[in-house]
Design a protein around this ligand. Sequence first.
Ligand SMILES: [Zn+2]
Length: 121
Amino acid sequence: MSRIRGRDTAPELMVRRGLHRQGLRFRLQARLPGRPDLVFPRHRTVLFVHGCFWHRHEGCSQATTPSSNKEFWSKKFSENIERDIRVKRQLEKIGWRVIVVWSCELGDMDFGSLAAAIREP
Ligand SMILES: [Zn+2]
């Protein structure tokens, strides 16, 4: 099971590689709320690569709920969801655009479209 704020995870590396190939340059581990995975200062945009399980991708088959310790998990999941919402608000408040990429989407991710979305003014 992957950690919530794991660094250099496979999905994250995939996104970095894909966007780098599109000519985008970014910073990592910037001191911003929620420590976004990728930061594009030129485009005032940050990107999070979210694991579907931990961040509860709605309607996603990977967002399962373990059958034991139900109470623990439901508390954990609501905390994660609340944190994601709070972080997004904080970032937007200081002028950043927030893009979320879900790990289940990476298999057939169109990095050209993603790069275009990041470059959008
Ligand atoms: Zn998903």
